[in-house]
Design a protein around this ligand. Structure first.
Ligand SMILES: NC(=O)c1ccc[n+]([C@@H]2O[C@H](COP(=O)([O-])OP(=O)(O)OC[C@H]3O[C@@H](n4cnc5c(N)ncnc54)[C@H](OP(=O)(O)O)[C@@H]3O)[C@@H](O)[C@H]2O)c1
Length: 261
């Protein structure tokens, strides 16, 4: 299936590792121009060098720190000056685990900028061009915690739900201009972040990381963690011209993890 991504320009956040890197790679292989963003510029440059030979599109690294308003401002200025962005993939780091009952509200406040404000600011800044050109895709990486709160990940459950409210509201405002706004819900996709969470759970409970992973796998009907490529394929479809009538929704890529309808 031709996804119609050739010649489109995508800005992918969190592209230095894990899910964001897999999405950037998939869009690049489909012929899109991809601007890869995260904090670690060496990792971004290495990914660009690895992917460029596989892509007909132009790949660029753009260092940005979502926790730093000035860095986000610089990125927005550069994006508007040098690129015509059609697709934005909102993604970044996940918060540390911990019980809600012992929440430090300073942690909550300091995470609002990287997890909520900066992604929304970037999408809003790029939206005007998409609406003018009558084509755009805004895709937000969420978590299964937005449909079934994950124990011990209360910061993620709390902050990501505000992105769902933003997305759904925005989607209705811009659908008539050919801009779709959707979310992708990873269950447990095998990246470094998942290994780190399993390690933290092992330390907390006195189990081995293998025991923690086995217990986690037992909750997934598919019986395995997802592969980042499986997640990236779903992302590429939602970013494609084939998904023009899908908006205001969130797709679960979770091997059946979430049991609710
Ligand atoms: N993997 C899963 O199954 C799963 C499940 C539920 C939710 N999620 C969430 O989905 C997101 C991606 O997951 P992942 O597994 O790919 O995690 P990951 O491998 O840790 O990737 C996170 C990405 O975000 C970037 N990042 C972190 N802090 C940033 C900041 N302040 N500014 C800009 N970029 C920043 C990181 O790069 P730099 O360090 O270079 O900045 C990296 O590229 C995370 O928020 C995670 O919590 C993942």
């Amino acid at each position: 299936m031709d996804l119609g991504l050739k010649g489109r320009t995508a800005f992918v956040l969190g592209a230095s590792s894990g899910l964001g890197e897999a999405i950037a790679e998939t869009l690049a292989r489909e012929g899109a121009n991809v601007i890869l963003a995260a904090r670690n510029s060496d990792a971004l440059e290495a990914t660009v060098a690895r992917l460029q030979p596989q892509s007909d599109g132009n790949l660029t690294a753009m260092p940005v720190d979502l926790a730093d308003a000035a860095s986000v401002d610089r990125a927005i200025i550069a994006l508007k000056a040098d690129h015509q962005v059609d697709i934005v993939v909102l993604n970044g780091g996940g918060p540390k685990p911990g019980p809600m009952a012992q929440l430090e509200t300073d942690d909550l406040v300091s995470l609002v900028r990287p997890m909520v404000e900066s992604p929304i600011r970037i999408a809003t800044a790029l939206l005007a061009g998409m609406r003018e050109r009558k084509w755009g895709r805004i895709l937000t990486l969420l978590s299964s915690g937005v449909v079934q709160p994950i124990p011990n990940l209360g910061l993620s459950n709390t902050l990501r739900l505000s992105l769902v409210g933003w997305m759904k509201t925005l989607s209705a405002e811009v659908a008539g201009d050919g801009v779709t706004v959707n979310g992708l819900i990873p269950g447990r996709i095998h990246t470094a972040r998942v290994d780190q969470l399993d390690l933290a759970a092992a330390k907390r409970t006195g189990k081995t990381p293998q025991q923690v992973a086995a217990a986690s796998l037992a909750t997934i009907p598919a019986g395995r963690y997802g592969d980042p490529q499986e997640f990236a394929d779903a992302a590429a479809f939602l970013c494609s011209s084939k998904a023009g009538y899908i908006t205001g929704t969130s797709l679960r890529v979770d091997g059946g993890l979430v049991r609710s309808l």
